[in-house]
Ligand binder design. Structure first.
Ligand code: CA
Length: 224
């Protein structure tokens, strides 16, 4: 799952990014409201963590813009302004939860998971099935034909990403920017190797294959 952090305190932003990376999330960061707005409107995120006091565009205005664009991504608001009126204002504007600074990372992580669970229940089934493959996105359990498949964190992220584009071709650069944080254009082998490993776990030994190569472009996940 992919999270956007918009936070102008660089140190805090990096600390959150590192913690969320370690918890298995892909994280993009923006250090001002303008950059944050650009990313929020052009990329697909599962959750946005937003500071209120930001350069150029503040967090509350940013929420308004995001909701006006009909983007329903859960938003967790962060702010040093621990006043009831700001909390109310934030939630009224369209934030889903609010956390006052300073906070423990453990609490932030618990709230992130809670928002994602809620989103999973509301928007999509946390459990995805395609043929005899079953993926529980919240518990991160994958099985095929009832048999559990152990995946590494990156392999799971890759599978989750391919599933989100089920039946559509995804390019290597799209995979690179969503499953890894950086641009892997220069090293496509990394992606090919990872897909090969995932494929050997998901498809090997099964008659119907799920992950297919689209020559010169990328990959597609569908039952064939
Ligand atoms: Ca700030």
């Amino acid at each position: 799952m992919k999270i956007l952090i918009v936070e102008d305190e660089i140190k805090l932003g990096n600390y959150l990014k590192q913690g969320l990376n370690e918890a298995g999330f892909v994280v993009d960061t923006a250090v001002d409201g303008l950059d944050g707005q650009h990313l929020a409107l052009t990329e697909k995120y599962d959750l946005i963590i937003l500071d209120i006091m930001l350069p150029f565009i503040d967090g509350l205005k940013l929420i308004q813009t995001i909701r006006e664009e009909n983007i329903a991504t859960p938003i967790l608001l962060l702010s040093a302004l621990d006043k009831t009126q700001d909390k109310v204002k934030g939630l009224d504007t369209g934030a889903d939860d609010y956390l006052a600074k300073p906070f423990d990372f453990a609490e932030l992580l618990a709230r992130v998971r809670s928002l994602l669970r809620r989103k999973g229940k509301e928007i999509k089934q946390p459990n995805i099935e395609i043929g005899d493959l079953s993926v529980d996105l919240i518990k991160r359990v994958v099985s095929r034909n009832g048999k559990k498949i152990d995946l590494t964190n990156k392999e799971f992220l890759l599978l989750e990403f391919l599933l989100s584009y089920k039946g559509e071709v995804v390019t290597r650069s799209l995979i690179a920017s969503n499953v890894w944080d950086i641009n892997f254009d220069s090293d496509r082998n990394v992606i090919d190797t990872m897909v090969k490993r995932l494929r050997s776990k998901i498809d090997c030994g099964f008659e119907k294959k799920l992950i297919h190569t689209v020559r010169g472009i990328g990959y597609i996940l569908e039952l064939r």
